[in-house]
Design a protein around this ligand. Sequence first.
Ligand code: ADP
Ligand code: MG
Length: 700
Amino acid sequence: MIDINQNIQFLSGVGPKRAELLAAEASIRTVEDFLYYFPYRYIDKTRFYKISEINSSEIHIQLKGVISDIEEVGDKYRKRLTAKLTDYSGEIELVWFKGIKWMKSFLKSGSEYVVFGKPSYFNRQLTMAHPEIDLAEKADNDQLSGLQAMYPSTEKLKNSYITSKVFSKILQGVFYNLQGKIPETLPAWFITKYKLLNLNDALYNMHFPQSNELLKQAEYRIKLEELFLIQLNLISQKSYRNQRFKGFIFEKVGDYFNNFYKKNLPFELTNAQKRVVKEIRKDIGSGRQMNRLLQGDVGSGKTLVALMTMLIGLDNSFQACLMAPTEILANQHFETVLKFLKGLEIEVALLTGSTKKRDRTILHERLQSGEIQILIGTHALIEDTVVFNNLGMVIIDEQHRFGVAQRAKLWGKNVNPPHVLVMTATPIPRTLSMTLYGDLDVSVIDELPPGRKPIKTVHRFDSKRLEVFGFIKSQIKEGRQIYIVYPLIKESEKMDYKDLEDGYESIVRAFPLPEFKVSIVHGKMKSADKDLEMNRFVTGQTNIMVATTVIEVGVDVPNASVMIIESAERFGLSQLHQLRGRVGRGADQSYCILMTSYKLTDDGRKRIETMVRTTDGFEIAETDLQLRGPGDMEGTQQSGIAFDLKLANLAKDGQLLQYARNIAEEIINDDPLLQKPENSILLNQLKKQKKSKVNWGIIS
Ligand code: ADP
Ligand code: MG
């Protein structure tokens, strides 16, 4: 008998050469890896199709008929072999471009064959290229054997003839050898309670489905287990943290908060903002350390909530800090906070990479003495030299731009960890936030401040550029400011900068001084120059801002009313949404113009259509997830999530995910440290997960 941890080299049908190849190409090293290398689809050999009933060219089907008209056609450079297959209902052409000689000797006119492949229409004629083919009399034995697994393959695997059939053959041997003794990974009570297949049956049916129904059950068990274990990990971490760390109790709302609220708050809070502040207050007054995610659409007023949260910290004699991912954004937060707090005698300081050494030394001292009450800045905040007197509240803006270690560092800036509020730039779909931030409590601002005019979004092809320029001019004449954004995609950075520079030149030509003044900002500029240009635009000295996506995050210029995005098809949806969020912040009607060439991929077109259709960030995020799949979403890559889910799909399995989370919560409530004997398997699973490359709990 074999062991699932055994190297595959010794399996029959493998050997050292294939073992090496399978490890390199498919990361299959152990028997267990093999068992979890799942087919990407199954083909239906349970029946023969009539040729006359073929109407879709999408699926692989099986036909049975008589071969005739075997013919070699073409010249010696581009030869092909064709043959006709006829059944009682119609005929189809079979065609081969390779292996012609062998196939020609194999085919016998007038004999009956079974063929298997994907039909398509070529010059309105039904054809099937390179079908699997066998003499009917030989094929009969194992032909109607049911659903057959097709395995993901690579060029190298194909070249070495490691086909799906080979996979199946090896796996057949594996199952035979294991004799049903694959160690179960879920507790027996769990399998009974949730009516699951046991692991052995589930894995077997994944590779050799005994019926459609059993295949469904197998997939269900594997997916549920995957999602459940992730949630169990997250929830057990959260529960552990709550027991381990006592949070500072901020029960008081005092003068800082109240004075701000009564004297300085320039507008009424939205209901959503009020609700969220309440949720936060309840959390930080409870004696637990807060770890909360604040989700809200662009422009929903997260900064204000962050500020009020910090003020509660101050009211309880603690310091607070706010960390942003870029210098521009940190500066802007600093300005905003100063403005909001005017006349309230609160010490606010700014610390970024460009803070001069001398200023920094002074700042460090003032921070350590407790004189500075609110510190705003970039990554510079987490350096070891930055020591707080008594840090109690940490806000992290645009959370997804920071790594694991950075958040951990802020935790360490007081003897007991401070309360932490992290904010996202744009909404993320529920399934993703449940997985990426599943150990956090979540607050959602689902309402924009009143009086905002919805941004009008249109799609224009490049050929309409002159018209668009005309529109820009009319807007500038009315005193508005304009953004024009160019894509910057790393693989072809040089070319992208050329796009930007060419664009800049043509814009300067089309919009001459003195009426029009153009700023340019991009990532290759020195940060001082960047700030200078940005500032010229913010203060209204220039009226057109040509930029790359460096302006994406957070920048607030209420007088800017038009966002033009060049080569919009090259941007992701969340980026487009972020960019659009830069306008529509003032009282005037705002516009977003998406420029593209005529060449659009299906996905590109869908992204543009989505942007034109809706301004709802949650809807856009969901569409983004459906289009791109979880692997390409922001944040999922750092976490390893893209690689670790073998079967479950966060774009599709939302309901199952919620179910899995509920189960995990129930178990941790009942047995927080998983100490009950019947849960020992689960405890082991968590330990195993911690050793693997993905650490779900720590990424938030
Ligand atoms: P984001 O959530 O994208 O960070 P901001 O916090 O930058 O949004 O807020 C966007 C704009 O809305 C700011 O100019 C802010 O002052 C304003 N704002 C925030 N809350 C309200 C409110 N309740 N009523 C009116 N304007 C608000
Ligand atoms: Mg913001």
